[in-house]
Design a protein around this ligand. Sequence first.
Ligand code: HEC
Length: 129
Amino acid sequence: MAGWAGLAFLVVFSQCENAQGRMEGAALYRTHCANCHLDNGQGLGALIPPLAGSDYLAAHRERLPCIIRYGLKDTIVVNGTQYAEAMAGIETLSDIQIANILNYIHASWGNDLPPYRLDEVQRLLKQCP
Ligand code: HEC
C-alpha cells in the first residue's frame, strides 16, 4: 500500500515539475524569442524562420541547445524557404532554462516532438562547436 502511495506521489510530483518547466519555458520564450519568432511561432516573412511546424527542429535536434546559447549565422532552409539573417545567442540562459524553452517550443503551436531530458541538453551543450 505504502508503495502505491509513494508511486502516486512520484507521478504527481513529476507532473508538477513538468508543468513548472513548461511555464518557465513559456515565460522565457516570451522574453527572449517572441520579439523575433512571434508569440505564435510563425516567424517573420523571409527574415525570421518559423518555429511552428518547422521541419528544422526534428532534423537538427542535437544542434538546438547550442543555437540558443551561441546563436546561428548560417544559410538554413526551413520548410523549403531559405533564411540567412543571423540569430544572436543568449549565453546567460542556464542549461535547464534552455531545456525548458526547447520543450515549450516542441509542444506548442501544433508541434509534437519528443521532449529533451536535462542530461541530454547538458551533453549536447558540452559538444557545441
Ligand atoms: C533577433 C531575432 C531573433 C531572436 C531574438 C531569436 N531568434 Fe531564433 N532565429 C532568428 C534567425 C534570423 C534565425 C535564422 C538564422 C540563420 O539563418 O542562420 C533563427 C533560427 C532559429 C532556429 C532554427 C530554425 C527554425 O526556425 O527552426 C531556432 C530553433 C530558433 N531560432 C529558436 C530561437 C529561440 C528558442 C529563441 C529564444 C531563446 C530565439 N530563436 C531568438 C532570429 C531570432
